[in-house]
Design a protein around this ligand. Structure first.
Ligand SMILES: [Zn+2]
Ligand SMILES: [Zn+2]
Length: 293
């Protein structure tokens, strides 16, 4: 897929800009390699028409809710296998959790759909607990393992979207929480979904996780003291945070996914102040100092 070639080039460029992260973020290179090679025949593609999509978005319901994908388990293996191998190398505990995941997957006890936050809700966490896999690890595997098939699945409905149709904090396609915020040239705040690649817009002063709109409890953490144009937006009601880039200042920043992967130091700042993020990050699995290499 051509967009994966772009991501790979952006990632290489980011590691040149931030060479200190080359070792600790090595895993994402493996992820991008797997994405770039993945091209199974017969990937399901959702074929909803524009009226139906608009009806759902106006009702505030993400497309996936009434149209769940049915991915073929075997077709996902080339995406999962290399990543599981890397995750298992993080430590003994991770290796055991990964082997429990692989066993459940191979035996058909774990369906791809049951991993999707928009479909499973709390069920996913319970499933992880039953398998002895932390919610963070299960979420990380889901995000890196299912993005290419989800991009393909929503490939026809994504062009039907326009931001005036949707006024919700979660992704209009897969219902996952946003992973990154971009302030665009027009001053609009765009949110990105790291699970399916969806993009939508909500107001500047609004928490996408709990819908808090009170400026007194919406905080900007001091990312800009370190790097101009990089942001951490946090909410003092639900304590969630999201990183972002002000593209009016950082006009040459990479895509949201690459900037999110490439700024773990900003997650360290936010976590240090007691905030949580809604989407998985490598730093939740391998805090600085515990990463091999
Ligand atoms: Zn999404
Ligand atoms: Zn909040």
């Amino acid at each position: 897929m051509p967009q994966h070639a772009t991501l790979a080039a952006e990632w290489e460029d980011l590691l040149t800009r931030r060479p200190a992260f080359q070792d600790s973020l090595h895993l994402f290179g493996v992820v991008l390699d797997a994405w770039g090679r993945w091209a199974p025949p017969g990937i399901p593609v959702l074929g909803l028409d524009q009226d139906e999509c608009r009806r759902r978005w106006h009702a505030g319901v993400a497309v996936i809710v009434s149209s769940p994908p049915a991915f073929d388990r075997d077709s996902l293996e080339p995406l999962l296998a290399p990543v599981l191998q890397e995750l298992a190398a993080l430590g003994e505990e991770e290796a055991q959790a990964v082997s429990r995941f692989a066993e459940a997957w191979d035996e058909g006890r774990l369906a791809p759909e049951s991993l999707l936050p928009g479909l499973s809700g709390e069920g996913r966490r319970r499933e992880g607990e039953a398998l002895g896999i932390s919610a963070d690890l299960l979420s990380f595997i889901t995000y890196v393992g299912l993005r290419p098939p989800l991009e393909a699945y929503f490939g026809r409905v994504q062009p039907l979207f326009s931001p005036d149709l949707w006024d919700v904090g979660a992704c209009p396609f897969c219902s996952a929480p946003p992973a990154f915020a971009d302030l665009a040239d027009d001053g609009k705040r765009w949110l990105s979904c790291a699970l399916c690649g969806g993009r939508w817009s909500i107001g500047r002063l609004r928490c996408p996780f709990c819908d808090n709109r009170d400026a007194r409890t919406l905080t900007r953490l001091a990312a800009e003291e370190q790097e101009e144009g990089y942001l951490i937006e946090a909410c003092d009601v639900c304590r969630g945070y999201i990183k972002g880039v002000d593209r009016r200042v950082r006009w040459n920043a990479a895509s949201a996914l690459i900037e999110d992967w490439g700024t773990p130091h900003l997650d360290v700042i936010a976590r240090g102040k007691g905030y949580w993020r809604a989407t998985p990050s490598l730093i939740q699995l391998a805090p600085p100092g515990s990463t091999p290499g």
